[in-house]
Write a protein that binds this ligand. Structure first.
Ligand code: 26Q
Length: 827
């Protein structure tokens, strides 16, 4: 054949891949042999998981291509979610669900004699986050894809995610999470979009050819940022968005000049520094201040992501930035990526020659900031010294932003120097500090909290001065969770029952769950509802048996608190209640008893001493209770090790009671509370974060409220006397005595004195003693309600029925309507 007569093909003209069960079987067979090189049917489940994952991935790829082509072709506005954390968990089951391949996959695996659950559990969690803020980012990108919004997630591809928690001798021990060992099926390296990031060096001013003074950043140490893309499928809509995670890598231009030929190995080894930037996630969820590597990570993400967006802009529109702000929006997930404000200024001025005013007009219309904390001590600060050393050019820009900002403040409040001092981005003092939250507010057109109470408290408290200056910037966006993962995927039996009654519209329109409310009065429905819960409880029983060697009785109330271990979240209050129940059983005050199985899980920041003591206390109390024959099935307590996304997928569907017991005014929102509610758990909670809105939706008769309000908490300041409270309350006195007498620390005397001291301290900010009585009384109500199972199931159904507000689909609609203003992708 001559070349001329050969039919021509394009690499990109690939026939569409089939989606029947038979196609999936063939896909798996092909990948098993041709991609994985396997021939033995007896190979480990891990390979079978990989074959299935590759087969499902094939079905994502073409939608991914279509989505990219569509957004590339239009001139529509886009948003970028910048976050140091994306707590994605597993991807396989989510991809199967969102592609609408549930049924076909089940059939294909049946034909192959394989078990879906076994294969799914082979996938490592992508644990690239600490907790709420990281998981929120994951739910957001799911909802954006489902709403067809052109939103790209930008983050860091940590080699090691959140540590694995093992419990040894009742104590937390951290083990490294090398999650990328054994290949990550879901990522695609895109080295052609590598960016260069600068650190160190110094700045120089010079005059350009027009005699204009300009700045350059020289003598820097450079690091490469290599992108890895993960597909984010929307629910049955053909959209696949992108999560782009950056890996750090050394440049090959390492400085041989500094070394003689004999030091070649040393100069290669120096590459290590660069490659460490994306090595590990910081495992604390309230800021650990001042760590240089953390600031490197933050700038690495900000600079790589913004350069990536500008690269795409310049490729498409050239160096004209007139419409840049109209077409681009960066959402900052807390202050962690806030150096972006200064980085966008730098790129526009130093690389693209814009004036300060032009650059500022763009930057301050492009950035939007979400705050996730009310604790003043958790607000991020960086010392000016460290900042100047690591990022001198950005420090200069921040000083200039601050100078111009303070002159505006002076114009509005002439002579009010105290106010200028309070509002300054630079905190004066022994060590000057950059206040990142203030930089974020000054540099953004939108600032939001994550629940109504939180947003209200921000403008009344931490950000009051800024609210007085720019009231129009501040808004609320109550958090949510994706019902795809947190109901449809993890609670199949309940989902099927719901769909049978009201259809499957709720999967993309959660308010439709309201249609369930009338069925609360239907006895047969309540029976089916209870049967689903029981099935889910059996799954959790098996898991708890495996992880904790404790058997939860299936008819006991599953009382659950899972979240990071923090004093403000008050796991300690939970334990005090459990000790109180134990004490009652021992005293023979257990008539009409409601059996309870209490599960507490969560990770403590490795350096957080009190949090680690609380874990130890929980384990010691569990040891005593679970082995006391007087207690038997009346009460069980476990500390669930290594709490993570995939564990929550088993825990939430099995819960009867959701513990949301933070000191009022301290939990910004909470999102676990929403997952439990959707899965039919009742909440015992304070008036804190989104609990308030949960109670508003479900009605106070279906919610167990206790505790001081945020305003009352504020008022206790200066006159709190926990010892008087303990003296007056016999139950609390007995509980404190059990702890202080060493009943739970027989071989470790004094081991919990820090805990009892904290409860007795007049300066206890978390007011554990203050809320004890009202908590125990509310728990008594809970126990009584659980005895009337008909009533309980009715309340459970209504919790699910009124959880519609807490979908991230609603949250993303609100971000889009008020902040991003994006048009859906047309496919
Ligand atoms: C900061 C500096 C250095 C190292 C680490 C950090 C750091 C990392 C993570 C600080 C905070 C976090 C995470 C905070 C977080 O998860 N906050 C939670 O966000 C949820 C989503 O909005 C809310 O529901 C929770 O109320 C809030 O606690």
């Amino acid at each position: 054949m001559t070349k001329k007569t050969v039919k021509k093909y394009k690499l990109t003209d690939v026939p569409r891949v089939g989606k029947t069960a038979g196609d999936l079987v063939q896909g798996m067979q092909r990948h098993f042999l041709r991609s994985l090189g396997l021939s033995h049917d007896s190979s480990a489940d891990h390979y079978k998981y990989q074959a299935l994952a590759l087969t499902i991935r094939d079905r994502l790829m073409e939608c991914w291509k279509d989505t990219k082509e569509s957004t590339h072709a239009d001139d529509n506005r886009r948003a970028y979610y910048l976050s140091l954390e994306f707590l994605m968990g597993r991807s396989l089951s989510n991809a199967i669900l969102n592609l609408g391949l549930d049924h076909e996959t089940e059939q294909a695996l049946y034909a192959l004699g394989l078990d879906l659950e076994a294969l799914q559990s082979e996938e490592m969690d992508a644990g690239l986050g600490n907790g709420g803020l990281g998981r929120l980012a994951a739910c957001f990108v799911d909802s954006c894809a489902t709403l067809k919004l052109p939103v790209t997630g930008y983050g860091i591809r940590y080699e090691y995610g959140m540590f694995r928690q093992v419990i040894k001798d009742g104590q937390q021990v951290e083990e490294p999470d090398h999650w990328l060992r054994g290949a990550n099926i879901w990522e695609v390296e895109r080295s052609e979009y590598t960016q260069k990031i600068h650190f160190g060096g110094h700045t120089e001013t010079y005059f350009n050819e027009h005699g204009v003074s300009r700045c350059r950043w020289v003598n820097t140490q450079d690091v490469l940022a290599v992108p890895f893309d993960t597909p984010i499928p929307g629910y049955k809509n053909g959209v696949v968005n992108t999560l782009r995670l950056w890996k750090s890598s050394a440049t090959d231009e390492f400085d041989l000049g500094e070394f003689n030929a004999g030091s070649y190995p040393e100069s290669v080894a120096a590459k290590n520094d660069a490659e460490h930037i994306s090595m590990v996630l910081y495992p604390n969820d309230s800021s650990e201040n001042g760590k240089e590597l953390r600031l490197r990570q933050q700038y690495f993400l900000a600079s790589a992501s913004i350069q990536d967006v500008m690269r795409q802009w310049v490729e498409k529109y050239g160096q004209d930035f007139t419409h840049f702000a109209a077409r681009n929006c960066f959402q900052l997930n807390d202050t962690h990526p806030t150096v972006s404000v200064a980085e966008l200024m730098r790129l526009l001025m130093d690389e693209y020659r814009l004036s300060w005013d032009e650059a500022w007009a763009i930057t301050s219309k492009t950035m939007a900031y979400t705050n996730h904390t009310l604790l003043p001590e958790a607000l991020e600060r960086w010392s000016v010294g460290l900042f100047s050393k690591l990022l001198p050019r950005l420090m200069d820009i921040i000083f200039e932003i601050n100078a111009r900002f303070l002159s505006d403040v002076a114009k509005k409040w002439p002579g009010d120097t105290e106010r200028q001092r309070r509002m300054s981005i630079i905190e004066e003092g022994d060590v000057k500090q950059v206040r990142m939250a203030y930089l974020a507010i000054v540099g953004s057109f939108s600032v939001n909290g994550v629940a109504q109470l939180h947003s209200d408290l921000l403008v009344e408290g931490l950000f009051a001065d800024f609210y007085a200056l720019w009231p129009e910037k501040f808004n609320n966006k109550t958090n949510g969770v994706t019902q795809r993962r947190w109901m449809a995927m993890c609670n199949k039996s309940m989902s099927a029952l719901i769909t049978e009654k009201i259809g499957d519209g709720w999967v993309t329109d959660l308010q439709q769950l309201r249609g369930l409310a009338p069925f609360a009065e239907d006895a047969a429905f309540r029976k089916s509802w209870a049967a689903c819960k029981l099935e889910n409880k059996r799954r959790l029983i098996a898991l708890v048996e495996k992880e904790c060697q404790v058997t939860f009785p299936e008819d006991s109330m599953f009382d659950i608190q899972v979240k990071r271990i923090h004093e403000y979240k008050r796991q300690l209050l939970n334990v005090l209640h459990v000790i109180h129940l134990y004490d009652r059983i021992k005293r023979g005050h257990a008539h009409n008893w409601t059996p309870r199985a209490v599960l507490i899980g969560g990770k403590a920041a490795p350096g957080y001493y009190m949090a680690k003591r609380i874990i130890k206390l929980i384990n010691n109390v569990a040891e005593v209770i679970n082995n006391d024959p007087d207690v038997g099935d009346k009460l069980k307590l476990v500390f669930f090790p290594n709490y993570r996304v995939s564990a929550m997928e088993v825990i939430a569907p099995a819960a009867d009671l959701s513990e949301q017991i933070s000191t009022a005014g301290k939990e910004a929102s909470g999102t676990g509370n929403m997952k439990f509610m959707m899965n039919g758990a009742l909440t015992i909670g304070t008036l804190d974060g989104a609990n308030i809105e949960i109670r508003e939706e479900v009605g106070d008769e279906n919610f167990f409220l206790f505790g001081l309000t945020a305003a009352e908490v504020e008022q206790t300041h200066g006159h709190y006397n926990p010892n008087a409270i303990i003296d007056r309350d016999e139950d609390l006195r007995r509980v404190m005595h059990l702890i202080e007498s060493g009943h739970f620390s027989q071989f470790e005397p004094g081991s919990f004195s820090c805990i009892s001291n904290a409860v007795r301290s007049a300066h206890d900010p978390w007011l554990v003693a203050a809320d004890f009585r009202s908590y125990v009384d509310a728990q008594e109500q809970v126990a009584e309600s659980f005895q009337d199972q008909e009533k309980w199931q009715r309340m459970s159904i209504l919790n699910t029925a009124y959880s519609g507000k807490f979908s991230t689909d609603r949250t993303m609609h609100e971000y889009n309507d008020n902040i991003w203003k994006l048009k859906p992708v047309s496919l």
